[in-house]
Every structure is written in structure tokens, then in C-alpha cells.
Design a protein around this ligand. Structure first.
Ligand code: NAP
Length: 203
């Protein structure tokens, strides 16, 4: 797949690397192609850098991994993204879009893309390496668009996650962000460290 990475920091960088290794074409979409966080990603296979508009235009899938308050300006910058999938990995826990509760809601309202919330619920280190003691950890997603969920699930597998649990439709997007906050609470506020992860077990 051709995947635009908008936000090439911790999360965008981890997933760009994983998906490049899985054989996807990675289009880094940045504000300044001469100076951006994650320029080392250009050493990965199948990876190139572009303006945000250019990367989005060439891509089938758009990962958004910026702070959430930029969702509205990004939606405007993206232009016509009908027929494309937007994966929103942001968490509106400290800052949020001006007019929407989450970036997911902004992209749904402001674009014609298929949108899914995914890759938001664990630390970026777990996206770099989702394997603990030989067991794959889980990813989670939420949103209204079935096709976007199928693609997010495939990309979760391609990044090495075990299962990608469907939290439900758009009414569960805020819950999925709260789930991310639960990981942040345990890892950071309660001091257990970032090398912890969620995995669903079944009897
Ligand atoms: N860190 C985690 O473990 C983690 C886990 C799950 C979800 N998240 C969520 O993922 C998102 C990114 O977190 P991160 O830790 O990866 O952040 P980060 O390392 O600080 O990277 C942020 C990226 O966003 C870009 N950016 C900032 N403002 C932008 C704008 N207006 N337009 C386009 N690009 C812009 C930055 O580009 P420049 O180089 O141009 O500044 C940078 O590449 C956040 O919403 C966070 O809540 C984080």
C-alpha cells in the first residue's frame, strides 16, 4: 500500500519503519522537507519525503500522528481525500481540535475519507516492538467505516501486533482515547514504565 505518514515523530516514525519493512511504500508528509523530525526514516526501504499535500495525493492510506489540535488545519490541507483511508492515531487528552472532541471527529466531518481511530492506545515503543516474551500484544480500533477498519487491522498485523480488537463504532472513539489514557496512567502517572502493554486473553 502507499501510506502517507503525517507526523513523523515517535508514533509516525515507529509505524513508518514497521510498514516499510513489511513492503509498503512510505510517503513522509512534512511541513519542511529540508528540516523535520524523523529525517533518518529516509534510510528505510521504499521511503520518500514530500509536502503534506503531495504525500496525501499519492497515498491510499494516510496515517495522522501529529498533536490532535492540528486535525482541522490538516483536513483543509489534505484537499480531496475521497476514496482514501485516514488512520487517526492521535489522543486528545491534553490538547484537542478546536471544534471537535477528537481528531477522528474532525476528519469525519471535514473530509470524505474513510476514517478509523487506531494505533493510539499504546506507547510508540510498543509499536517499534510489539512482542513480549515471544507473545504479540494487541492493537485496538474504533470508528464507523468498515473498509478503513479492514485496512487498519491489516496494518496492525503488518506491524507485528497479534489481534486488532474492534472497540465499536464512532461512539467508542472517545472510549478508545480514554483507554490510551489508561495506558498513560499506568505507564507514566503510576510509574510502571513504558514497557507495559495490553493483551486480551480468553479462557
Ligand atoms: N508518543 C506516544 O507514545 C504516543 C502513543 C500513542 C499515540 N500518540 C499520539 O500520537 C501523536 C503524535 O505523538 P508523537 O509522540 O509521535 O509526537 P512527536 O514525536 O512530537 O511528533 C509529532 C509530529 O507531528 C508533526 N507536526 C506537529 N505539528 C504539525 C502540524 N501542524 N502539521 C503537520 N505536522 C505537524 C511534527 O513535525 P515537525 O517535525 O515538522 O515538527 C512531528 O513530526 C499525538 O497525538 C499523541 O497523542 C503518542
Amino acid at each position: 500500500m502507499k501510506i502517507a505518514i503525517i507526523g513523523t515523530g515517535n508514533v509516525g516514525g515507529a509505524l513508518a519503519t514497521a510498514w516499510s519493512k513489511a513492503g509498503h511504500q512510505i510517503l513522509l508528509g512534512v511541513r519542511d522537507t529540508a528540516n523535520f523530525k524523523g529525517d533518518g526514516l529516509l534510510e528505510n526501504a521504499n521511503t520518500s519525503v514530500h509536502s503534506i499535500e503531495e504525500a496525501v495525493k499519492m497515498a491510499e492510506v494516510i496515517l495522522v500522528a501529529t498533536p490532535p489540535q492540528f486535525a482541522e488545519s490538516l483536513a483543509l490541507a489534505f484537499g480531496d481525500v475521497s476514496g482514501k483511508v485516514i488512520i487517526d492515531s492521535t489522543n486528545a487528552v491534553r490538547t484537542k481540535p478546536e471544534n471537535y472532541p477528537t481528531a477522528y471527529h474532525a476528519f469525519k466531518a471535514m473530509t470524505k475519507a474513510e476514517v478509523v481511530k487506531c494505533f493510539n492506545s499504546t506507547g510508540f515503543e510498543n509499536m517499534q516492538n510489539p512482542v513480549y516474551h515471544g507473545e504479540k500484544i494487541d492493537m485496538f480500533m474504533a470508528g464507523d467505516d468498515a473498509e478503513a477498519k479492514e485496512i487498519a487491522q491489516q496494518l496492525a498485523f503488518d506491524a507485528g501486533f497479534g489481534t486488532c480488537w474492534d472497540f465499536g463504532k464512532a461512539d467508542k472513539v472517545v472510549l478508545l482515547e480514554q483507554f490510551a489514557l489508561s495506558w498513560i496512567n499506568l505507564a507514566i502517572m503510576q510509574g510502571h514504565g513504558r514497557d507495559i502493554a495490553f493483551r486480551v486473553v480468553r479462557r
